[in-house]
Design a protein around this ligand. Sequence first.
Ligand SMILES: [Ca+2]
Ligand SMILES: [Ca+2]
Length: 478
Amino acid sequence: MNPKTTLGALALTTVVAMGATAPASGAETTSTVSRLTTAHSAGADGSLSSGQALMGSGNSYFNGNPVTIQTLHSGGQYALNDPFRPGLSCGRLGGPVFTKTTDVWGNGTGTNLETACVDVMFAAQKHWDMLRDWLGRNGVDGAGRSYPSSVGLSRVDAYWDGVRTVFGHNTARTNQLTSLDMVGWQYGGIVYEKSGSYDGDGLEARSLHRSANDIFGTLTEHYVNHPLALDEPDYLIGEEANVDGTGPVMHMYDPALTSHRSCYPPSQGTLDDGGPQDHWFYLLAEGTNPPGKPASPVCAGPSPLTGIGIQKAARIFYQGLQRKTLGWSYARARLATVVAAKNLYGCPEMNATKAAWTAIRVPVQVGEPTCPVPSPSATLSGITVEPPSATVGPGGFTTVQIELTPDTAQPVTLSSSGSPAGTTVDIIRDDQSTTATIRVSASAPPGTYPIAFAATSGGITKTTYFTLTVAGDEDKQR
Ligand SMILES: [Ca+2]
Ligand SMILES: [Ca+2]
């Protein structure tokens, strides 16, 4: 077993898992018609090597009844071998792939292992399709292959051992851990391993690995898009599998809700924690306050953030993953995804990617692409001064802040008029601010003077007034 990909010490809880009694609905779950096509299986288990590809009917626990799964017909038997996704199969741990004489599988109960395989086949097939349709990837390994799965592990766990995915049961022993997000989690972990090059297995790499699993599990749920009565798409992990009877093991929009880190750096604890990148992904996909979805707090930087949608976020994440290298880290993941966002989409998506990383405290990296400052500038629409007035004694001075609306207006010509004799006004404008320093000479006559400040940009001039009072002797005595 590879400890990196095991669910390990899950602190899960629950939601009553639905499934057995939930009504089937939606195009994903209603077809029972067997459609015959010819195909050849390259099943890793070798139990069947060729035959007819069928659309079997499954009675699932997590995905409704009936569901359609692709199966193999060979030698007078049907098998849970996928003819279209070579390598994918399902059976009992330590035993062969499930076979039978009819193409109807499972009984819809959580403790039935054939039913668990219906859920595994359904989820793994949808995960594969998601990789193809949303990310342009050919199979789990990127070269047209998937991997077998076994159910019936006799403990509360699930893992990928480098050869197959293995699923155990929840604490209550009421179901296998084979919900959409958990199957997508395991197969997504393989995609992570087989993207880019070896990550080095450091603390940050393990966090990014675990988060990738969370993201792929979530993408699988969103791709299937079950209705509310089933396993509807969300950004929770394990909410249906009900691992420990304590609810989801991860809230991607705010990982701190289940004792994970919501902000960089990831936890140094024994439990690998994908929280920070999970949080980044949610902010990128959905933003801080998506309508009808959970709000997501930022750790730093500007807020609110607006999401760019889950499919764009997924492609940016996935293309970043293809740049994975030894010593994979949050800083490198930021740079890789920022580059990917600009290459895939352009400046708005790139800026959203940067903002989401900044929001979880992963700072700007050397070498990040940028976008040119918009030019020509927005039209100048206003000018104000702060404070609007001041009293200055002879020989004294005051400083005034000049605010332009919008402050990006470039270029701008600034001027002043109306100051009394013996008074100078120096206007200084830089990237940060515009200020005017007004110096009153010792001989300036007492009185009140309106000083006009004018800004001209693109042929438009805006003017405001500052009231300067030059104090007399009485004022000076106070
Ligand atoms: Ca769900
Ligand atoms: Ca979920």
